[in-house]
Design a protein around this ligand. Structure first.
Ligand SMILES: CSC[C@@H](O)[C@@H](O)C(=O)COP(=O)(O)O
Length: 334
């Protein structure tokens, strides 16, 4: 399928997610600073996508800092640190940067080869996770057209291609098992309204949007058979960090007896973090909340609480599904 993120020889080429849904355009990012800026602005966003972009940015740095066959390792490691710190919550970014940084002593070609390996793996692993998740959903809910609820954007835009939770929805739709996908607009930056709506329309999957606070209401009203979401970090005890608004959906799903399934690659599972209490939650600017599409919606000077993510306790999660299948007892695996 169409790739949202690629390497063109000396630059990252990626869909500009800030421009959607009005314009589908590619960005060409040929410097470390340009990639960091794209990640911070959420022009590249979604845990797997920022991991791949971060790895390629280290490769750009290694190529730039090699003269006469000698790589300035100190300079590349300093760039790698800046890249890894661009966003704190999704472990995929730090994981991918660490993985390619291990190749720095072997030179820029080795760094690039590792980054390209991560790029190539992304579609395959997410597709495998999506297929396992689709099987699980059919086991839990029955082989019938299902009403699914998702949050944020976990599709091809958030990955290299295919997607995680939205990838599972694609698999289910291909099998004729989707009656409707309901999704929250995903305030403050509207990843649901701008990106998930665009992807579901592109894929021809029936969908309806709701305001974020209507998601729990839809669950209570019996309008949803299964919730499918992605993750930015899965902790050793099964707690899940994901886009803010995920936790209320999990609470409402538990109350309604609806399965709550998390789909993510293994690179999102961080067994070094015991529980959600230790996850750094990115706090973003008040302006994102006090404006809507750039227009002020609150009196000038209004301050805001704007966490980008929340923590869903593991006991509210029916299953975490990765490319290795349904994961249970994550803490035993450490
Ligand atoms: C496959 S994407 C999984 C998560 O990264 C996704 O659910 C999410 O929370 C993205 O947040 P974002 O702030 O848009 O990068």
């Amino acid at each position: 399928m169409t790739r949202s993120l690629a390497w063109d020889g000396d630059a990252v080429v990626a869909v500009d997610q800030c421009a959607l849904p009005h314009e589908y355009r590619m960005m060409r990012l040929d410097s470390v600073d340009a990639v960091i800026d794209a990640i911070v602005r959420l022009a590249i966003r979604g845990a797997p996508a920022i991991g791949v972009a971060g790895a390629l940015a280290v490769a750009i740095s290694a190529a730039r800092h090699t003269r006469g066959g000698v790589c300035d390792e100190v300079a590349v490691r300093a760039d790698a640190r800046r890249i890894a710190e661009a966003r704190p919550t999704a472990v995929n970014l730090a994981w991918a940067v660490r993985r390619v940084a291990e190749r720095i002593p072997a030179g820029p070609e080795a760094v690039l080869a590792e980054a390209l390996a991560i790029l190539a793996e992304d579609e395959r692993l997410n597709r495998a996770a999506a297929e396992h998740a689709a099987d699980l959903v059919l086991d839990l809910c029955g082989r019938r057209p299902l009403r699914l609820l998702t949050h944020c954007n976990t599709g091809r835009l958030a990955t290299v291609a295919w997607g995680t939770a939205l990838g599972a929805i694609r698999v289910l739709a291909e099998g004729g098992h989707v009656a409707e996908v309901l999704f929250g607009e995903t305030r403050p930056l509207l990843q649901g309204a701008r990106l998930t709506a665009w992807e579901l329309a592109e894929a021809g999957i029936p969908h309806r949007m709701c305001v974020d606070s209507a998601g729990p209401t839809a669950l209570a009203a019996g309008l949803v058979d299964c919730v499918l979401v992605g993750a930015d970090r899965v902790c050793a005890n099964g707690d899940v960090a994901n886009k803010v608004g995920t936790y209320p959906l999990a609470l409402a799903a538990a109350r309604a007896g609806v399965p709550f399934v998390v789909v993510a690659p293994e690179s999102t599972v961080d067994l070094s973090v015991p529980s959600g209490a230790s996850v750094v939650i990115e706090q973003r600017s008040a302006a994102e909340v006090t404006t809507l599409a750039g227009a002020p919606i609150a009196p000038a000077g209004t301050d805001a609480y704007n966490p980008a993510f929340d923590i869903t306790p593991g006991d509210l999660v029916t299953a975490v599904v990765t490319e290795n299948g349904v994961q249970v007892g994550l803490k035993e695996a450490s």
